[in-house]
Design a protein around this ligand. Structure first.
Ligand SMILES: [Zn+2]
Length: 333
């Protein structure tokens, strides 16, 4: 299974900054040591044209040149630097590559970061610069349309289980019937002004495993009644965990593992390719956040293995990609 990273573009933060930047490198370190079946590739940067499928050119330009006004920069929560701009592009690139991989028949693939769902078309917010899932969804639709002219549009379901609402994603696709946005999130958590997704499920503070998993089950049922996706992008946020500083929910390690398994099993049963991203995770103990993510990869490997047993299940998609481009095999830094 392939997974893409960009954490080696170090985003300089002032000391004492509350964002746990080290978790990305730590996840890559543990994947390398403990799960060699996950093949890691360096993410390529998303181009201006790709970003412009979602974002306003003036915003893309301001991020590139560091000319965002102070208030807009504060809303993102990171100071600007050339590395910040580069890393934001590559984080989108990682989700694009994961999506291409799964559309080419891999079944599952991942971004070691991503899930930047608070980013809108015209602005960033809450540690999110560009919206990786939104750009990847639109790009996969464009690539699908080129390959299968006669077929209808590729329909994409964005399953956002980060504990915070996917307000940017909801806003971007508010008037787009070809992308279904599902968000399960803490009712009383950031963002305090939420945007309507296609399906929002609000959870009370202190929500535990049973209540959460029942809500997820109902949400997946409703998604299925209302929408027929050809691709799933899953935001596997670690922040619903009981040890999270910002989450306000009380899911256990087992509960989060059951959550991942349910989403991946749901997609597998329907032979839906699934790309996943890490999204949020702010454990009091950073190692707990990384452990939750490691568990997500273990579960994903199980389903990736099942996909390999049915290689060719989607012959149209497999052949349509043309000669295999080893795009995941970028040289390591
Ligand atoms: Zn979050």
């Amino acid at each position: 299974m392939h997974a893409f990273y960009a954490d080696h573009f170090i985003l300089p933060l002032p000391s004492g900054h509350r964002f746990p930047m080290a978790k990305y490198g730590r996840l890559r370190e543990r994947l390398t040591a403990e799960l060699p079946q996950v093949r890691l590739g360096q993410a390529l940067p998303a181009s201006d044209g790709e970003l412009a499928l979602v974002h306003l050119p003036a915003y893309i330009q301001a991020i590139q040149t560091g000319t965002l006004d102070a208030a807009a920069q504060r809303e993102i929560g990171f100071p600007w630097s050339p590395a910040m701009a580069e890393r934001a592009r590559r984080s989108v690139g990682a989700t694009i590559q994961a999506c291409r991989d799964v559309m080419a028949g891999e079944g599952l693939a991942a971004n070691l970061a991503g899930g930047t769902h608070h980013s809108y078309a015209h602005k960033g917010s809450g540690f999110c610069v560009f919206n990786d899932a939104a750009v990847a969804a639109r790009l996969m639709q464009a690539e699908h349309a080129r390959r299968h002219r006669a077929a209808g549009p590729l329909r994409v379901a964005i399953v956002d289980l980060d504990v915070h609402q996917g307000n940017g994603t909801a806003s971007i696709f508010a008037r787009d019937d070809s992308v279904f946005t599902l968000s399960l999130h803490g009712a009383r958590n950031f963002p305090f002004r939420k945007e309507p997704s296609d399906l929002d499920v609000e959870l009370p503070d202190g929500c535990g495993d049973t209540e959460y998993l029942e809500a997820l089950e109902r949400a997946l049922e409703e998604l299925e009644q209302r929408f027929d996706p050809g691709l799933v992008i899953y935001l596997a946020g670690a922040d619903p965990h009981e040890g999270d500083r910002l989450g306000r929910l009380k899911l256990t390690f087992d509960g989060l593992e059951a959550r991942d398994r349910r989403v991946m099993d749901w997609a597998w049963q329907r032979r839906l390719p699934l790309a996943f991203t890490m999204a949020g995770g702010y454990g009091t103990d950073m190692e707990a956040t990384v452990q939750i993510q490691m568990n997500t990869y273990r579960t994903a490997l199980d389903y990736h293995h099942r996909w390999q047993g049915v290689a060719g299940v989607r012959p149209a998609d497999r052949s349509a990609t043309g000669p295999a481009t080893p795009h995941w095999q970028n040289p390591a830094p």
